[in-house]
Design a protein around this ligand. Sequence first.
Ligand SMILES: [Zn+2]
Length: 339
Amino acid sequence: MSGFLFFESIFMLRRAVVSSLLSSILIAVAALPALAAAPEPIIDVHVHAMKIRPGIGPVCPWFLTDMPGGDPHMEPPAFFNTDCDNPLQPASSTEDYQESALAEAERLNVTMVVGGDDDVLRSFKKANPKRVIPSLSFSSAEDISLEDFRDKLESGYYKVVGEVAPQYRGMSPSDMSLDPYFGVAEELKIPVAIHMGTGGNGMANITQPNYRASLGHPFELEELLARHPKLKIWVMHAGYPMADAMIALMGAHAYVYVDVAGMIWSYPLAEVNRYIERLATAGFAKRILYGTDLLLWPGLMETSINVIKNADYLSEQQKRDILFNNAVRFFNLKEDDFN
Ligand SMILES: [Zn+2]
């Protein structure tokens, strides 16, 4: 064996060893899920901080798929339906809710706009400041004085006002009693989220006697928008099921956004997809925000995100817009803060 060949074969051998080492390292790395890249960031604009009271059981996603027949002289139907293969389990306590919601947000790389019970919200924020954008909830002048409302917003702690749900109180969002509050939000440039539309089966005659379907009509927002042209609002639940009116409103008012929260996991899945597709097909995919309407079942977040991820009628760009980019634009956030 000549010297050249000897060195050549040693070199070949070393190359073979190095390449087999490299491929085993690559296989090992690929097999390690912990080293997988973090999921792309998501902003969930609709999460409720709430005290968990015992008594509410599991829920089936899309539980309104088969609404029962009824009779006012019979027992009212159950609001939720648990007749499915894998109902989602409720959190067992307020502490458990906070822990599991934040764990889900961390695992799925979600930043959440959180409103509701103020003590629970502050506890969420303290436990994981990076994942929580605080929101101030109120639905009528009886809930908070105008002075207190202004003080709270000027404190800088709250970045959003919502959920504002006058519909449940039998009031239009354009009701003059709410007007000075919206004036303050407009002046301080704080976005407002208003519940419009959806309510579940029998909201008016089984659970919330003042609720009126008509007061969730998207056109109920027009007088408010005319009085406060600089107010930034988004329509929670996308005004479901009034797609025509929602599209007309968004067409007339160029800065109105919607979220798809709540309806995304409660109404029949085919209907949910048809509704989101309708808004996107009408040209508004840049004004749809992702929201869960996360309540006491922490699994709702992933279930709902998957509806957008699996939507074959949305392009990859539209999915990213809905899950993240639109909220970055709407809330004037910085994309780099999420990477
Ligand atoms: Zn709502």
